[in-house]
Write a protein that binds this ligand. Structure first.
Ligand SMILES: [Zn+2]
Length: 305
């Protein structure tokens, strides 16, 4: 499975709905015997609450959970480092707006809460939700991929704390980029790279204009996350020119929520940018790329799986 396809950002929610996020009731169907002759469906309500018992604050990060997590836990330290990595790599000032992570103990509690507070949202491992009141909130649970999930979602939080808005595809591309842990950001997600090359071999071509037209998270599929990641990686690492186009665009997003097309800026700077993308993606891969089984194991190893 690709690293990140099971989560996405939900659209802003109404104030009434937002209040529900604090205390949500989950209605469950129950079955009660009636006069010993059958069963009638009744409704009973189960209280589903956000985690509340423990709070850790560390710079912009605020983690709320029902289990104790040491302030020096490696995950917290990693997120502190991530904040500086995002700031330095994207040349954005360190922000101050808090990003609150509601960290559930297990998937069941998380899923029940999401279902009650945000009915209709598709099941995802984690959500970043920015409310109209501008609370930057992450909802997730303590699972096997918690580091990756927290890095991904906290990146969204940091971006939304620093910028007026972030185009959906770019938001996801940057979150995919920073979710890969490492001493410096930019490690290649080998699973993405391998699948992209396979797609290119089969005749698929990248299309940033198409990505830029996607406005709803339900329109973003796993291949779109992958392509978005590759565009970000390409722009940040292939040349000083592509990097500067992206940094200028992000800089403009600090004050202008609708700066227009990034692809048109890229092509204005580098008319053959799309062809260069193909060459760049091919060069990302190790020689073992042409042996998918081998690469899969390598990708899992690099991600600590
Ligand atoms: Zn995301």
């Amino acid at each position: 499975m690709p690293v990140c396809t099971q989560r996405a950002e939900a659209p802003p929610i109404a104030d009434a709905e937002r209040r529900l996020t604090r205390r949500a009731w989950l209605a469950l169907a129950g079955c009660l015997p009636v006069l010993g002759i059958g069963c009638a469906t009744a409704r009973r309500q189960t209280y589903v609450a956000l985690p509340i018992k423990h709070t850790i604050r560390s710079e912009q990060l605020q983690i709320v959970s029902d289990f104790r997590l040491g302030k020096e836990h490696p995950l917290i330290t990693d997120l502190k480092t991530l904040r500086h990595q995002v700031s330095e790599r994207l040349e954005l000032p360190l922000g101050t707006k808090p990003v609150t992570v509601y960290l559930f103990s297990n998937e069941t509690e998380y899923s029940q809460y999401l279902q009650a507070a945000f009915p209709g949202y598709p099941p995802r491992r984690a959500y970043f939700i920015q409310t109209p009141g501008k609370e930057l909130a992450v909802y997730t649970w303590w699972g096997d991929r918690i580091q990756e999930d927290l890095r991904h979602e906290y990146t969204h939080g940091l971006l939304h704390a620093a910028l007026e808005d972030v185009p959906l595809w770019l938001d996801e591309g940057l979150a995919e980029y920073f979710e890969v842990a490492g001493a410096t950001p930019g490690r290649v997600n080998m699973e993405h790279a391998q699948q992209l090359v396979t797609a290119v071999q089969n005749g698929w071509r990248p299309d940033m204009d198409r990505l830029e037209s996607l406005e709803k998270v339900n329109h973003m599929h796993r291949e779109d996350y992958r392509e978005a990641w590759a565009w970000v990686h390409y722009m940040l690492h292939s040349s000083p020119e592509t990097r500067q186009v992206l940094l200028n665009y992000l800089h403009e997003l600090r004050t202008n929520p609708k700066p227009g097309s990034l692809h048109s800026r890229l092509v204005a700077e580098l008319p053959d940018a799309d062809q260069r993308w193909l060459n760049y993606v091919a060069s990302m891969n190790t020689p073992g790329l042409w042996n998918p089984g081998q690469i899969h194991r390598a990708a899992m190893h690099s991600l600590g799986k």
